[in-house]
Design a protein around this ligand. Structure first.
Ligand code: AP5
Ligand code: MG
Length: 189
C-alpha cells in the first residue's frame, strides 16, 4: 500500500515518515533525499537537479516520474510505502495513478500548519535551501503547483488531514492510527 505524504515545506513530512518507518518497518521514500544524494555524488542528474533545488523550483516532472517509477514498480502490495515529497504536481499525480494498480494508493496524509510556523522551522533547520528567500519561493511553488493535489486526492476519497502545529509525538500517533486503519480495511477487503 502506498501512503502519500502531502503538505508544505517544513510541515514535518520527513520527520513523521522517518519515525513511522523506524518503528513499524515501513519504507520511507523521500524524493528530496534521493535528489540530495545525487547532488552529493555529483552525478549528471544531481548537477541538473541542483539548479532547480537551490532556487526552490521543482525538478521537471519527467525526471521525477522516472525516478519514482523505478522504486515503486516492484514494491510488494502488503507492505507500506511512505511517499514523501511525491507527487508534487497534477502531472506527477496522474502518472502515479497510471503506474499503480487500482487500490494501491491507500491514502494521502495531508499535513497542515500556519506558514509562520513552517518558515520558523525551516530557518531553524538551515538546510542549503532553507534561506528566507528560497523558503518564500518554495512556499509559493507549493501553493501553485502542489496544493491542487489536495482536491485530487479528496475527490478520490483518499485524503486525511492532520493538523501539524503540534508535538512530533502527538502527530505520529495520528499518522500511525490512520495508516494502520486503512491497512486493516484493505486486508479485510
Ligand atoms: P524536499 O526535500 O521534499 O523539501 P520540502 O518539500 O521543501 O520539504 P521539507 O523537507 O523542507 O519539509 P518536511 O515536510 O519534510 O519537514 P521536515 O520533517 O524536514 O524537496 C526539496 C527540493 O527537491 C524541492 O524544492 C524540489 O526542488 C526537489 N523535489 C523533491 N521532490 C520533488 C518532486 N516530486 N518534484 C519536483 N521536485 C522535487 O521538518 C522541517 C523541520 O521542522 C525539521 O528541522 C524538523 O525537525 C522540524 N519539525 C518537524 N516536525 C515538527 C514539529 N511537529 N514541531 C516542531 N518542529 C518540527
Ligand atoms: Mg522533507
Amino acid at each position: 500500500m502506498i501512503a502519500i505524504l502531502l503538505g508544505a515545506p517544513g510541515v514535518g513530512k520527513g520527520t513523521q515518515a522517518a519515525l513511522a518507518a523506524e518503528t513499524h518497518g515501513y519504507t520511507h521514500m523521500s524524493t528530496g533525499e534521493l535528489l540530495r544524494q545525487e547532488v552529493a555524488e555529483d552525478t549528471e542528474l544531481g548537477k541538473s537537479a541542483d539548479i532547480f533545488m537551490s532556487r526552490g523550483d521543482l525538478v521537471p516532472d519527467d525526471v521525477m516520474v522516472q525516478m519514482v517509477a523505478e522504486h515503486i514498480s516492484n514494491f510488494p502490495s502488503e507492505k507500506v510505502l511512505l511517499l514523501d515529497g511525491f507527487p508534487r504536481t497534477i502531472a506527477q499525480a496522474e502518472a502515479l495513478d497510471e503506474a499503480c494498480t487500482s487500490g494501491a494508493i491507500g491514502l494521502s496524509l495531508y499535513f497542515t500548519a500556519p506558514e509562520t510556523v513552517l518558515t520558523d522551522r525551516l530557518l531553524a533547520r538551515g538546510r542549503q535551501d532553507d534561506t528566507h528567500e528560497v523558503i518564500a519561493h518554495r512556499l509559493g511553488v507549493y501553493a501553485k503547483a502542489t496544493e491542487p493535489l489536495v482536491k485530487h486526492y479528496a475527490d478520490q476519497g483518499l485524503l486525511r488531514e492532520i493538523k501539524s502545529d503540534r508535538a512530533v509525538e502527538d502527530i505520529q500517533v495520528d499518522v500511525l492510527s490512520i495508516v494502520s486503519g486503512v491497512l486493516n480495511q484493505s486486508n479485510l477487503a
